[in-house]
Ligand binder design. Structure first.
Ligand code: C2O
Ligand code: CU
Ligand code: CU
Length: 480
């Protein structure tokens, strides 16, 4: 193991509790001269926990659901002592971070066997954006189930946006959204063939592992709500009674200025930060998840709104105002290369998939090859490079959802964030950095990706995790 700094200058991460009840790994000591090494242990294991008042057999990192929140700064070297105590292989992914995808870094091709220990280590560039990121397992074929059983947590990078006075004056709250399907014994219910195809959802919808937690706002005050969709497949269409949401950051980076929203749609793994103004009569206001139809012939869209959390007025402060400017966002320059990336499903590919036999007979495809989720008509192969890109260039990817079943798909690429330029030919209303792009059935979404800094192989895929596990993933290789 390399030694970036002497032991007495390391910062270890300990446990703490935030107001909505989620535990986090925060900095235990922070001297002004502290060099940037953050070191901690993560242990993945199966255990019985209390989840929103229900006993549940889940899998956790360090015993916690949601997993502990991690906090880093630009320039930090991060060292994670990972121990796999699950009865099956797994690995770690640091979703959205701009760090090396190679070696002991954010390498999703690693296979950490049961009982094995592995030390991850990577360094965030000094200019790494501040924002909200996500860590979760990423072993192909096992991702959906391991996430659904409980693995996954928030990862915060502190920096410029946190220092903007109007943002700093807001009360910071975190909302980690995740649904579970539990039977009467508290065991996770496996997906039916149709759920496997559509992406499994559960009826227990939690925020920070609770049903309807409350957070408070002072009259005149501001709340900065940092939201992550940690679900396997469920989307959230959020609206707060009586209050608009002022979007200040998307997947991992600030906007140039706040954007007023009446509702906020979050696909799996998508993040958003919103400011809420405490300018309504004192009382309780409900944050609701409104019905949303992900498409697909066999999905049963949620019929009624679901209560996610409650905002409660408490006390008052001299009125705070919203920020007018945040962090400038410059447009990504013209691309040097354009690619078409088509998302579909169909028969064929190679191998057999567990659980798909039932699907095939259900769909009247007796004995045929299994249903696969495809990118450019191919199913995932870790040994094939689907997109070879030159480091230091910008590419435009035309993401086309040509799914015959008209189901939503959720594009995600590792290592480099992108900007959406057009959706169905219509220019995007504002510039934003993202690592998730929702493609509704039939849509074409154009994005520009600057491939910067890090060479190596990594992946892009649908973040409806069942689809990723069923092959909707490709390999990108970044070469100098
Ligand atoms: Cu959230 Cu490939 O990851
Ligand atoms: Cu990712
Ligand atoms: Cu998909």
């Amino acid at each position: 193991m390399s030694q970036p700094g002497p032991i007495n200058r390391r910062r270890f991460l300990g446990l703490g509790v935030c107001t909505l009840g989620a535990a986090y790994l925060g900095r235990r000591s922070l001297a002004a001269f502290a060099p940037p090494l953050v070191e901690f242990s993560l242990v993945a294991r199966a255990q019985r926990v209390q989840l929103a008042g229900h006993p549940a057999s889940l899998i956790t990192y360090n015993g916690l659901v949601p997993s502990p929140r991690l906090e880093f700064r630009p320039g930090d070297t991060v060292r994670v002592h990972f121990h796999n105590q699950l009865g099956e292989a797994t690995n770690l992914h640091f979703h959205g971070l701009h760090v090396s995808p190679q070696g002991h870094g954010d390498n999703v091709f690693l296979h950490i066997s049961p009982g094995e220990r592995f030390t991850y280590e990577f360094t965030l560039p000094e200019n790494h954006p501040a924002g909200l990121f996500y860590y979760h397992p990423h072993l192909h074929g096992r991702v959906a189930e391991q996430v659904f059983r409980g693995l996954g947590g928030m990862l915060v990078v502190r920096g410029d946006i946190d220092e903007i006075p109007a943002v700093k004056s807001a009360r910071e709250e975190f909302l980690f959204l995740k649904d579970f399907a539990l039977d009467n014994q508290g065991e996770i219910i496996p997906p039916t063939p149709a759920e496997r195809m559509n992406g499994q959802e559960g009826s227990l919808v939690t925020a920070n592992g609770q049903v309807n937690p409350t957070w408070t706002i002072p009259q005149g005050g501001l709340v900065r709500l940092r939201i992550l969709n940690g679900s396997r497949a469920r989307f959230y269409r959020l609206a707060l009674q009586g209050h608009p949401l002022y979007l200040i950051a998307t997947d991992g980076r600030a906007l140039a200025k706040p954007v007023e929203l009446q509702e906020l749609l979050l696909a799996p793994a998508q993040r958003a930060e919103v400011l809420i103004q405490g300018n309504q009569p004192a009382g309780n206001y409900r944050l609701m998840d409104l019905p949303y139809d992900r498409g697909g012939m066999m999905t049963r869209p949620q019929a009624a709104p679901i209560l996610i959390a409650t905002l409660s007025y408490r006390g008052s402060v001299p009125p705070l105002s919203l920020p007018t400017e945040l962090i400038p966002v410059s447009p990504v320059p013209e691309p040097t290369r354009v690619r078409q990336i088509k998302f579909s499903m169909g028969m064929g590919g190679m191998g057999t998939m567990d659980g798909m036999g039932g699907m095939n007979s259900m769909m009247g495809m007796n004995g045929g090859s299994p249903m696969r989720f495809l990118i450019n008509d191919r199913t995932f192969d870790p040994n094939r490079v689907d997109a070879l890109v030159k480091l230091g260039t910008v590419e435009e990817w035309e993401l086309m959802n040509v799914d015959p079943d008209h189901m939503d798909h959720v594009f995600h690429i590792h290592t480099n964030q992108f900007q959406i330029t057009h959706r169905n030919g219509v220019p995007e209303p504002y510039l934003a950095w993202r690592d998730i792009a929702l493609m509704r059935g039939g849509e074409t979404v154009r994005i520009r990706i600057p491939f910067r800094d890090f060479p190596g192989r990594t992946v892009y895929h649908c973040h409806t995790l069942d689809h990723e596990d069923l092959g909707m993933m490709g390999v990108v290789e970044m070469k100098a």
